[in-house]
Design a binder for this molecule. Structure first.
Ligand code: SF4
Length: 441
């Protein structure tokens, strides 16, 4: 049966957003020797080094979540994991690729890093900082689920040098939070936000999701008004995807509804919600800094993790199933608890699969990821790669310019507002032929 334009705009199963290039489906275990070699090579001059730590625990599983998370681990399991991830950082810190660099950025993601108790966090961070200090880092981000926060936990994070708190709010309405499997309550959002402000965290980000199951225009407008009232430094808005292997994708199949798009807003509606949010936030003084983020001031409210990673920085991705990038090689850890713990027990790095990129891959990756900010500076690419990207990507740029998604200027390429809202669907225009139409994960 032919797929119509209307079908394409329904929210079907699968990942829609592009987070890396070449896609994960091309990474494999046969490239692990290249990963090992990259870890031993000295770094390229001027390339920063970051550290990502995956904390894979959550109070319950959100129905749209496809991350590697566990909701059934006890305190002992958690200690085992924290010992393992500390060991992993220690092993990495001894490799030649560090080359005397101190950490430029650190990111605690998940899962729910704030699921850990204050004393677990204090112990973990103290040990990690002894191995790889982050006192010089430009940014230390920590993701939180509002319902897991207490004031003393936030005090611990502040004392350990966290500079950027990211609060997973997603929505303010109890029924929607509950139906989508979120564990927190609205009052917990206000309480956590108030403590974070009182403690003077330099940057607070608030995450929202446009298009959670049960969402409608009236509630979405209320969510945006409440967000503006809280006045975070940064707001990140994701459009709801329906990846494979989520509770929702399975529930909907069990119900015999092979058209989950009927229950979830279609893409044009989700884009309209994001557009509305951006417009309202801009009226309130925010600036759009990417397809998913607005910030109070582009000059002051930086997101170092994203900027560095999208420009090709090195990053150790630690924890089960984590992704990283070192000396031109993409690396992912093994993706099961057992394999992860076992390898570290044997003092081995838990590497699972890898992909050695070519200079051309790295160029495409940087173009594609940075187009998600809505702006490409031509001079940057000229200085870094010695090329004019208007020439190298002429056919993709002509096509997207003719369709009205971006404009190619003398100094820069800029997306149009409509183009930015749906930039991910246009990025494959820049992919090399061998990487087109592959399943994303
Ligand atoms: S809190 Fe985040 S990581 Fe945990 S289940 Fe929900 S979406 Fe997944």
């Amino acid at each position: 049966m032919a797929i119509t334009a209307t079908d394409q705009e329904k929210t079907g199963l699968g990942n829609y957003f592009i987070a890396n290039y070449p896609q994960f489906s091309f990474w494999n275990a046969t490239h692990l020797p290249e990963a090992e070699a990259a870890l031993d090579r000295s770094p390229q001059p001027g390339v920063p080094l970051g550290l990502y730590l995956h904390i894979p625990f959550c109070r319950k599983r959100c129905k749209f979540c496809y991350f590697r998370v566990y909701t059934d681990k006890n305190a002992r399991d958690i200690e085992t994991y924290l010992d393992a991830i500390t060991k992993e950082v220690e092993l990495l810190s001894q490799r030649g690729c560090v080359g005397g660099r101190s950490l430029d950025y650190v990111y605690f993601g998940g899962g729910t890093p704030s699921y850990l108790s204050a004393s677990q966090l204090d112990g973990l961070m103290t040990r990690l900082r002894q191995i790889m200090p982050w006192d010089q880092a430009r940014e230390v981000t920590f993701e939180c689920e509002p319902g897991t926060l207490q004031k003393h936990k936030l005090e611990t994070l502040r004392a350990q040098g966290v500079t950027r708190l990211s609060l997973g709010v997603e929505n303010f309405k109890a029924e929607i939070l509950q139906y989508n499997g979120r564990a927190h309550l609205e009052e917990e959002i206000y309480r956590a936000f108030g403590w974070a402000r009182d403690l003077g965290f330099p940057q607070i980000n608030l995450d929202l999701i446009a298009g959670m199951v049960g969402e409608d225009w009236d509630n979405w407008k209320r969510c945006i008004a409440k967000t503006i009232e809280l006045s975070p430094d940064c707001v990140t808005i994701y459009q709801m995807e329906l990846p494979y292997n989520t509770v929702f994708s399975k529930e909907l199949k069990v119900l015999g509804q092979d058209e989950p798009g009927l229950l979830i807003a279609d893409w044009p509606t989700k884009r309209a919600w994001v557009r509305y949010a951006f417009d309202e936030l801009e009226k309130a003084g925010y600036e759009v800094s990417s397809a998913t983020t607005v910030v109070k001031s582009k000059a002051k409210t930086r997101f170092v993790y994203r900027e560095a990673l999208w420009r090709g920085a090195d990053m150790f991705g630690t924890g089960v199933a984590s992704f990283g990038h070192v000396n031109g090689v993409h690396i992912q850890n093994v993706d099961t608890w057992e394999a992860y713990i076992e390898k570290l027990d044997r003092n081995e790095l838990p590497l699972g699969r890898a992909f050695p990129t070519t200079p051309r891959d790295r160029l495409v990756r940087e173009v594609v990821l940075n187009l998600k900010t809505g702006h490409l500076d031509l001079d940057h690419f000229l200085q870094k790669y010695g090329i004019d990207i208007r020439v190298v990507f002429r056919s993709a740029l002509d096509k997207l310019q003719n369709e009205g998604w971006l404009t190619v200027g003398e100094d820069a390429i800029d997306t149009t507002p409509d183009g930015l809202m749906q930039i991910d669907r246009h990025l494959p225009a820049f992919f090399d032929p061998q990487y087109i139409s592959s399943r994303y994960t």
